[in-house]
Ligand binder design. Structure first.
Ligand SMILES: C[S@@+](CC[C@H](N)C(=O)[O-])C[C@H]1O[C@@H](n2cnc3c(N)ncnc32)[C@H](O)[C@@H]1O
Length: 308
């Protein structure tokens, strides 16, 4: 297959990453196996370009966000291994950090956006999300994504499910703006979604959702069980939640430290939720055989429903 011709933006972006960072030179060739979704990767890059105002310089600066995020993760992971704790432990500390950053919110959104197609574990996660969550959803309904972050998951859901509407919530203004752009450039009709700036811990509306997407939130809050109970209250009786959590993983705004998958499962059960399917991915190849070992970085994902 002539990747350069068929997926030009994706090709240029991967060459840029390989030239700029040695670890992408090693990891990218391993990524492109038979399951790799080139169509999705090309679209993600094209939309990223449009959201960078069709400006090449801006676009590649935004792509560099992925290199920065990857390096930050490695640095913070070393610190976590040494100290046995995250940099911060309270919401107040992290909230202040968001407010003082130059564009009012987390500065890793571009990195996170491109990681969806250039990090192996995020590619696997997308496949899990599509096969187990989107494809199995009914013909119509309403989906909530909290926190919305880049808007990647909500937009992929709404693109595949034309008769669904969506709501996204995020504390940070720049996440709300980012997600709006991603939905807009994916040509999702404006009347099908709304994205609101709100601290979810103070969200009091009671209307129910048939599907809830909650990616990488639990490690950002002081009381994950309270959040999961809140999600359960917002879920219809036979609704489903797509949940992910970072376990023992360096992140500048992580405050709740999960040490192993068992602790996440315990919280899910305390919140009155049930696991239907799981994907437990160690971040490093050396840990692949021992996902339950503890104190290793894990990307945890599950499809949940309400316990009977
Ligand atoms: C790592 S991102 C995850 C984004 C997205 N769900 C994903 O998986 O790509 C974490 C997001 O949580 C948001 N956030 C943190 N605390 C929040 C809160 N209390 N209420 C709503 N959003 C919050 C941050 O602004 C940030 O956009």
């Amino acid at each position: 297959m002539d990747i350069e011709k068929k997926y030009p933006m994706f090709h240029e972006t991967s060459v840029h990453l390989e030239n700029k960072a040695n670890f992408f030179k090693i990891s990218l060739p391993k990524l492109f196996d038979e399951k790799y979704n080139f169509e999705l990767a090309e679209r993600i890059c094209q939309i990223g370009f449009k959201a960078s105002e069709n400006n090449r310089e801006k676009y590649f600066k935004n792509v560099n966000g992925l290199i920065e995020l990857s390096l930050d993760f490695l640095k913070l992971q070393v610190l976590l291994e040494k100290e046995g704790r995250y940099l911060y432990t309270t919401f107040e500390e992290v909230k202040k950090m968001y407010e003082s950053s130059e564009d009012n919110g987390p500065n890793y959104l571009w990195g996170l956006y491109f990681s969806e197609v250039f990090w192996k574990i995020h590619c696997n996660l997308t496949n899990f999300f599509i096969d187990e969550f989107i494809e199995k959803a009914d013909k119509c309904g309403t989906v909530l994504e909290v926190p919305i972050g880049t808007g990647y998951y909500l937009s992929e859901f709404l693109l595949k499910k034309n008769n669904w509407n969506g709501l996204g919530i995020d504390l940070a203004k720049n996440a709300v703006n980012f997600a709006e752009k991603i939905c807009h450039f994916n040509n999702i009709e404006k009347q099908r979604y709304s994205i609101v700036e709100k601290d979810f811990t103070t969200y009091t509306k009671q209307n129910k959702f048939e599907r809830i997407i909650c990616g990488e939130f639990l490690e950002h809050v002081e009381d994950p069980v309270k959040i999961m109970k809140q999600l359960s209250n917002l879920l219809t009786t036979d609704g489903k939640i797509f949940l992910t959590a970072a376990i023992w993983s360096g992140g500048v705004d992580h405050i709740y430290l999960y040490e192993n998958p068992k602790q996440v499962r315990q919280h899910i059960s305390e919140a009155g939720l049930m696991i239907e399917k799981e994907l437990v991915q160690p971040v490093f190849d050396k840990d692949k055989e021992y996902p339950e070992k503890g104190k290793i970085p894990i990307n945890y994902a599950a499809i949940l429903s309400k316990s009977n």
